[in-house]
Design a protein around this ligand. Structure first.
Ligand SMILES: [Zn+2]
Length: 767
């Protein structure tokens, strides 16, 4: 049975006090000291080992070393024996911590002194034997560092440049030049180059990378370098050296003017990057055992879903790689290619989108957060698409936000839900976002979200190019209060519209539905009652077959809008466009349904409901666009009676009305006053005390008014719930009578303005 001993450093110091090898473990020995104290310095490989128990009771290991080079001293033969402490015999294993142990195959530089311990009797191991000076510090073991370059190390030092740091140093100390004993084993005769294609950044579908190089063995003058790479043209496109996918940039070694850097197509699916010497070889760059930049480059991916198919043609790269020595060009013995390219990462993935319920076209823009990966660290040509709502959900009419509406990163896109965006494939700006999935397009790959968003309402945006630029920016729009004498909008009916019996009633039911919900300040008046200076802003409610150029004959009603010529805030901030006026045009040739009541089983085909269409168009007049919810009034298609506002419609009306009253820092629009209910009641005109008498109230036929003659003559107006003046007269009489029988039932406002400036208003009910 074998016994196992583990001897620690402290035990060692105690046991071997007085021996220099023991002390060597606790302090650093300089290279100088090792050179000085070594009688023999060789470079070699451990080719055989034998442990033995010596007469002194200790276990030692004899290591047979094949010498490849001699640095100091003299050799009798090409093999020497190096004795180390500890080892494994028949019945025990002795290991010494911090003392050198060698393994067969290990290569390095041995700093040796004559053996002081008993030698093995085995004649295969040459005598005299040697011990390593300062134990583990006396063996510089050869190894590869993380960039593949040969290094030599001991516990305190790693030497990356053997020639300068070790060989020349020994020679300088001893005056003895390093001599090759076995050429095949000599590391200094070896040459190698490593290429490392390192990703620097990813921008959209473009990978920017650096080509790094280093020598594997020692400094070399670089004469030529290059890479040959196979790829899949489905992924990168064909002929990448000439199709624009691959671009090169001189940097590092390639910026040395003795070189020229070129790219070429070896075939439609194979490219070559080549660095060749075109100038004087006296100015060649030195390839060291540290990484250096050879060049910078970028590759653009066409289709990240394809297999990139990248492989390096190493045979070709051997032919492309040369070093320069003593006036001649030599190929490298070894060419290594490494890359951190991970093209499989490029397909974008959407993990989630939040929030799922949003508004489109709001002032600052409700923002959708798209979480995922591989979106690219910068946007480049990548895009987000929303479902279009202009004519219902239609994947072919996807809309993409304008350039300024994105904040892009590789794993999170923040994007405004727009109502002024480009068509997915063209630069046409007539589309706006609606409910449905969203899509992220990176390169030529487009992925949909698994979740759908709901766009509850869509507020109109306009677009206008940046100052002096060609990129359109989203601009917000306001309802304004400057366009009627009552801080709202004056509406009037054309005679054509009035002549269609029931049309006014149907329209006014629709208008009341909105006023009750969003308190929008739309008041209907007789055109003649609108002051001349405001008639230009009056909104026409018309029945006509001319709905405007470009309006399809299938459109039953249309609301053209005219915005103020002068936008408010200019510059980089969002620009405000006030709506100056709108018209609502109903197609005359339609067979309109006009009654308030309807039979639920009525066949609506060919009988559009004017009240429903009016409700929809009045939504447009309030600057609302279509949504994709089929039951909402603001869905693009109105079929049959849709006379009630849905939550999204109501929220939209309230939102537009609210922002019309907000004074922002850039807001130059007079606020629109809210109507408190469907009856138009000028707020400041409610009298504190009676100054006249009127009766009866409610009334069916006549309204008798007894004026207070002490106030002088009076101007009397009877105003209906839509703000229209239905009766007007000036009177100095004490008593006057208005015939109410011709008016519709409902509330009216009796407005009396006396000559002395006092005015009074009374609510009259006609039954
Ligand atoms: Zn519409």
């Amino acid at each position: 049975m074998k016994r196992i001993y583990q001897i620690t450093l402290l035990t060692l110091i105690g046991a071997l006090a007085g021996l220099s090898t023991a002390k060597a473990q606790i302090y650093e020995i300089s290279l100088d000291e090792k050179i000085q104290h070594s009688s023999l310095i060789v470079e070699g490989r451990v080719v055989a080992q034998e442990s033995y128990k010596a007469p002194d009771g200790e276990v030692y290991t004899a290591n047979k070393v094949a010498v490849s080079a001699l640095l100091k001293g003299k050799l009798k033969e090409n093999f020497i024996t190096v004795t180390t402490w500890g080892g494994e015999t028949e019945d025990e294993i002795i290991t010494w911590s911090h003392m050198l142990t060698l393994l067969p195959g290990e290569v390095g530089i041995f700093f040796l002194e004559r053996n002081k311990v008993p030698e093995t009797g085995n004649l295969d191991f040459p005598s005299p034997a040697y011990e390593v000076y300062s134990s583990s510090q006396g063996f510089l073991k050869f190894a590869r560092n993380d960039i593949g370059a040969l290094v030599a190390y001991e516990p305190f030092h790693t030497y990356t440049n053997l020639k300068d740091e070790v060989y020349d140093c020994v020679a300088g100390r001893t005056g003895q030049v390093r001599t090759i004993v076995d050429d095949s084993e000599s590391v200094l005769r070896r040459s190698g180059i490593r290429y490392f294609f390192k990703t620097l950044s990813i921008s959209g579908t473009t990978v920017n990378f650096e080509i790094l190089v280093n020598s594997l063995y020692d400094n070399r003058l670089l004469h030529k370098a290059g890479a040959a790479v196979n790829y899949n043209p489905d992924f990168f496109g064909s002929n990448i050296a000439t199709n624009g996918s691959l671009s090169l940039q001189s940097n590092g070694i390639s910026s040395n003017t003795v070189y020229s850097l070129t790219k070429s197509n070896l075939s439609s699916s194979k490219a070559k990057i080549e660095l060749s010497t075109t100038g004087s070889t006296t100015s060649l760059s030195t390839l060291t055992t540290s990484e250096q930049t050879l060049a910078k480059a970028s590759l653009t991916i066409q289709n990240p879903f394809a297999d990139p198919g990248v492989s390096f043609d190493i045979a070709e790269m051997y032919a492309l790689s040369k070093y320069w020595e003593s006036g001649a060009s030599y190929g490298f013995d070894t060419v290594i290619v490494e890359t951190d390219f991970n093209f499989g990462h490029f397909a974008p993935v959407i993990d989630s989108i939040r929030p799922l319920s949003l508004r489109a076209g709001t002032d600052k823009g409700d923002t959708l957060y798209i979480y995922g990966k591989n979106f690219g660290s910068t946007q480049g040509d990548s895009k987000v698409f929303f479902a279009d709502a202009s004519v219902g959900y239609n994947q072919n009419n996807r809309v993409r936000p304008l350039p300024k509406d994105y904040i892009w990163s590789d794993n999170l896109i923040k994007v405004t839900v727009p109502t002024a965006g480009y068509h997915a494939d063209t630069l046409t700006i007539t589309y706006y976002a609606g409910s449905g999935p969203i899509w992220v397009k990176v390169g030529s790959s487009t992925v949909p979200s698994s979740e759908n968003i709901t766009v509850r309402l869509a507020a109109i945006n306009r677009h206008r190019n940046d100052n002096g630029g060609s990129i359109p920016r989203r601009k917000i729009v306001r309802l304004g209060g400057s366009y009627s004498e009552e801080a709202g909008y004056n509406l009037y009916y054309t005679q054509e519209f009035k002549d269609l019996a029931g049309a006014v009633g149907a329209f006014e039911r629709a208008l009341c539905t909105w006023v009750d919900s969003s308190h929008v300040n739309f008041r209907v008046k007789e055109f003649s009652a609108i002051p001349t200076w405001l008639q230009n802003n009056a909104c026409k409610i018309d029945l006509t077959n001319d709905l405007g150029s470009g309006i399809s004959s299938t459109v039953k009603a249309h609301t053209p809008k005219i915005y103020s010529l002068t936008a408010c805030a200019v510059g980089d901030s969002v620009m405000l466009y006030p709506l100056r006026k709108f018209d609502i045009l109903f197609r005359k040739s339609e067979n309109w349904y006009l009654d308030e009541a309807y039979d639920p089983n009525f066949n609506w085909n060919g009988h559009p409901d004017l009240q429903s269409l009016a409700l929809h168009e009045l939504g447009h007049a309030q600057q609302l666009l279509h949504v994709n919810q089929q039951n909402d009034v603001m869905y693009w298609e109105v079929f049959g009676p849709k006379r009630k506002l849905k939550p999204g419609d109501k929220e939209g009306g309230v939102y537009m009305n609210e922002i019309s009253t907000v004074y922002g820092p850039n807001d130059c629009i007079d606020p629109m006053a809210s109507l408190s209910n469907c009856i138009t009641t000028p707020t400041s005109e409610i009298p504190q005390s009676a100054s006249l008498e009127y009766f009866p109230n409610p009334t069916f036929d006549y309204l008798n008014i007894s004026l207070n003659s002490g106030n002088g003559s009076a101007s009397i107006n009877l105003i209906d719930q839509f703000g229209r003046i239905r009766h007007h007269e000036n009177s100095e009489e004490g008593l006057l009578i208005i015939d109410m029988s011709k008016f519709q039932a409902g509330f009216y406002l009796l407005n009396v303005i006396y000559q002395n400036g006092t005015s009074y208003s009374y609510k009259i009910m006609k039954i």
